[in-house]
Design a binder for this molecule. Structure first.
Ligand SMILES: C[S@@+](CC[C@H](N)C(=O)[O-])C[C@H]1O[C@@H](n2cnc3c(N)ncnc32)[C@H](O)[C@@H]1O
Length: 254
């Protein structure tokens, strides 16, 4: 079986995206990504006072970290139904004390009507999913959702288009008698990056199933994002030097 779900630049509101990927997302990527999430945001999330805003929460990696390591409320914003299903399943297994602190918003952030709910916002592996015009809406919505002293921590998207096709094989994972595998193929397509992800499940003898999903990404340099965010009242936050991370805070007295 072969499923291809194309995303066009104007299809942000096709909330069926990740319908194929959600099944494979955690089994193929969670281990590596969990360590990255803790390294990039652990310290800031633990210090959150009023709330943590997890924008593009996916299956809930940042949300779970925030619930475990802070006492603050958590707002998990996730428009894609398939990803949200994994997120809610994960939240269902939490003790009531943690589940009572997390609210799941099933919309893009700019449609979630959140005002001053958090002092820490995180965009992990999501800014590259948005074209420049939608990034502007995202920055504006984050400015509104943060308290006046709030800060935003975002994982930088690719800075530029790939010069040649890049193939990244995801490490195989065994689940009982089956091996799950995947491969990401990224190539330049005009001013965008076409990312096709192929997944397969096999047993000792055969490939049992194969699926694909295609995403579009928009590269942006750190300098460009800093400029865009400055238009929305954000300034760089000193003391954050990780090359994968951009940390900004709202300029006081906006
Ligand atoms: C590549 S996934 C990353 C998920 C999660 N942050 C992680 O790293 O595991 C990007 C997520 O951003 C979500 N997303 C896209 N546009 C969004 C928006 N405007 N507001 C909130 N979430 C959005 C998608 O539905 C998707 O689940």
């Amino acid at each position: 079986m072969h499923t291809v779900i194309p995303r066009t630049p104007n299809s942000r509101r096709e909330f069926d995206s990740y319908a194929v990927t959600a099944e494979f997302y955690d089994i193929l990527q969670a281990d590596e990504d969990e360590a990255r999430v803790r390294r990039l945001y652990g310290r800031e999330v633990a210090k959150a006072r009023s709330g943590v805003l997890d924008i593009g929460a996916g299956t809930g990696r940042v949300t779970m970290l925030a619930l475990a390591d802070s006492r603050a409320d958590v707002h998990a914003v996730e428009p894609a139904r398939a990803m949200r299903t994994s997120l809610l399943t994960r939240l269902a297994s939490l003790p009531a004390e943690q589940r009572d602190r997390v609210t799941v918003h099933p919309h893009p952030l700019d449609e979630a009507a959140l005002h001053a709910v958090a002092d820490v916002a995180v965009c992990h592996n999501m800014v590259g999913c948005l074209p420049p015009a939608l990034r502007e809406r995202l920055w504006s919505a984050i400015g509104g959702a943060l308290t006046p002293d709030g800060s935003l921590f975002l994982q930088l998207p690719p800075a530029r288009l790939p010069v040649r096709t890049v193939v990244r094989v995801l490490a195989d994972k065994r689940v009982g008698e089956h091996i799950y595998g995947g491969r990401m193929t990224m190539s330049a397509a005009g001013y965008r990056i076409r990312t096709r992800v192929d997944y397969w499940v096999r047993n000792a003898k055969d490939v049992l199933r194969e699926h694909s999903e295609t995403f579009w990404m928009w590269p942006a340099t750190r300098a460009r994002l800093v400029d865009e965010l400055a238009q929305h009242g954000f300034v760089p936050l000193p003391g954050h030097n990780d090359s994968e991370l951009l940390a900004v805070t709202l300029r006081s007295g906006r």
